[in-house]
Design a protein. Sequence first.
Lengths: 170, 434, 338
Amino acid sequence: MNLFASIINTATRFTRYIALLVMASMMFFITFGVVNRWLFTPIIGDIELVQLGMVVLIMCGLAYTEQAGSHIAIGLIVDRFPVKVQKIFEIFTNLLTTVVTLTIGFIYIGVALNHQNHMQLSTGLLNIPYYPIDYIIVLGFVMWGMQGLLKLVLPIVSIFQTDQESRKEV
Amino acid sequence: MAVEVVGLLGIILMLILMFLRVPIAIAMVVPTFLGILYLKDWNTLTTAVETIIWNHSFSYTLSTIPMFVLMGELLYVCGISGELFATFRAWLSRLRGGLAMATIGSSALFAAASGSSLANTATMGVIASKEMINSGYNKSLTGGSIIAGGTLGVLIPPSTLFIIYGMMTEQSIGQLLVAGIIPGILLMVFYLVTVYIVVLIKPRLAPSIKEKVSWKEKFISLKTTIWILLLFACVVGGMYVGLFNPTEAAGVGAFLTLIIALLRRKLTLISFIEALSSTLKTTGFLFAIIIMAFLLNYFLIITKIPFLLSDFLNGLALPKFALFGIIILMYILLGAIMDSLAMVVVTLPIILPLIISMDMDLIWFGVIIVLVMELAMISPPIGMNCFVLRGAAPDLSLEDIFKGAAIFMIPIVLLIAILYLFPEIALYLPNNMY
Amino acid sequence: GEDESTNESKNVSADKVEVIELDVNNWTSSTHHYAYNVFEPWKELVEEKTDGRVVVNIFHGSALGKSSTVYQDVSGGLYDVGLIVANYFYDTGFFPYTVGNLPFAFEGPEEAASILQEFGDKYAKDDLTDIVVLGPTATDGYDLFSTKPIKSVADLKGLKMRVNGKSEIAFVQGLGGVPVSLATEDTYEGLQKSTIDTAFYTPIGAVGLKYFEPAPYITKLAVSVTPIIPIINKDFYDSLPADLKTIFDEELNPKLTELITASYETELESSHKELEEFVKERGEFITLSDEELENFRLLGEEAWTAWINDANDKGYPGEEMAQYLFELLEEAGYPIPY
Ligand code: NA
Ligand code: NA
């Protein structure tokens, strides 16, 4: 259990720092593009690079957002229930999150394979093939799903855990 | 089962899930998946997932969102928001209700360099709530003025909501952002007047403050505001005169903010990572909602519910102002119980055909939509700004905040009415863009 | 054969004949000439010819999907009928049709429609089995919409020129511009926000999309056309009863192509007049001398070479294809590009 949690969290930290790096790079790159256009000529394919950056930024941010509990939810009703009942709702919520995101990840594996082997699409100017970008999307949703799975398993474990065991862990 | 019934069941399921604390993005996509599988097949579902996710992440326009959010986060970590509040306090604290006014004023100025209303509320919330409560201000007035000020974050450009609206309606994002300037300033003035009137009626809500600030100190305190005005001039001004497009404005804006933070020697690697991380969290939840909302929209469109509803409303043959009134009323009611973003992304495809058939300007309607979203953000029981402030300022109870927020709903509704009568207030600047 | 006839008799014997719904995605707005010249009349025709057994739902404004993903969307069943812009699918089996987008390949839609049909039958049809491909046609000739006056090739130096797909890149580079790739729906804002300085576009389409507002300098070039290919979802088509299928094959499908062709042909003249009127005060409607036009024409050859190379890379017989196209053009009495 602890091993699973630490693998997922390490992977999430990894995607998070990729996203942060890409975000900062986009800021510099867009500024560089503007200055370059004013002083010299426009950069060919600047838009495609920003688009590519956006995919990485969004997808690598999904799992971190889940980990930080920042996906917006409405707690108005559930918050009023006893903690035990809330845990059951939480299991249900995280089950849905896991199923949905892993389904999307699974679908996008198909998309990526199709773009890799059959319909070999690529961007208009820089000829960046779509399929590696598709795999980034797969990564994003699968990682989100893994964070969901982690949050799904933890309350289940905690329900069956006796107080003594949890004291030992501390 | 008729397709419309499937659509209706989908909407009901979505609402149930939302109230069971399922994240909004997931709550939108569960009925979508089930609905598409029921009405079409797995193949259609995979295609919808493929092209909709692609179109809304591999996107140039949408990169504006993280950059505008990053601007605000960088200003926060380098302490500008605190100094802004101090400036306005120096100038206004001697007035009755002066601290509440200072909160609104500094929020408005901060809004000129930050794209998100939640960030605005959280940022000003920490600073302003402490000072106001310590000075003996009423808690409701404290909470109300902070969250009201927070709403200015999305009306005064830069603004994430205008970008999302512009993308959904294929309207010019530059024009939309610029359209928010005058209504934003007006709303700030209305808020200030609201504070003035409230304090006039109930003076005990805001004790007067004796502290004396010299003119010299007052003028020295203005220097922080110069940074913000400079940023606003570069980003929004540059876009207005056509130096760059909104995406470039956002990227350059974030970069300039970084330079300001470095010049002020307030930025460390750790605080830079902190600002980026906050931005990433906001980007994460926003795009989760955006992507899932477009999947939901595909589902709703094949159920024909949007057309059914707009046919129904059109069939009533009401005069224009009555129909408009119904739409606003609907949004106020929905806004009470829904997250503002979810509300708009779900309803816009339904409302839009109606607005177009009423011959209303879509840039102008963007400003109206942002105003109804502001109402939704501060109205109980579901008001995200209130929740965020509750998290940022533990001294304030949710009841205090909602009570204070209720007063500030009046100026928003008033502004909507004024904009209906005088659309030029919103349209003058965008119509005269370069 | 047998299965279909039993299905048919079942349908007829039942009191209520099952209504088949056909979803059309119009990625232009509800006020575009596609809406009133093509989709609305086609809807009427379909419902009339099938006695109401097929009901057409038109979704305007990219409601069901963008123009950049029509192939995926139709083959995946997001909707049943859509229009392929060949250049957006340069990497797919639609590649052969992109020959039509090369500089000065065709002068107008009628010419393109007749030639591309034969060309496509020979080089594209066999690879496009996951959808039903209807007769190809094309837009009217593209003029150049610019934010600055363009009176010679030299005026284009360093400008950001919108390219509509890979085949335009070589031409734009030959002209001395910087290619910027943008979808049709982003073009207006691109011109307005100076993401791009110029765009080649159909004069007709440009009237509806108001490109003259951000780009009031219009150079009359008829540089190229954009091939448009209507496609139908295969499952939808296969599920049609035999008699309806015949109606579609013989009347409705060809009619859709004809409506598009006719829409471009009839609207061209009035559009040019309208554009001239629109830009009178804020810009200029520029007609080039034969000499200057010849300069543009010569620079087009690079684009043909690049296309032939791409074709060869993709495993098509590039030179042979270009040669075949020139033969078709000559046979039909049209001018060849260079
Ligand atoms: Na703002
Ligand atoms: Na609310």
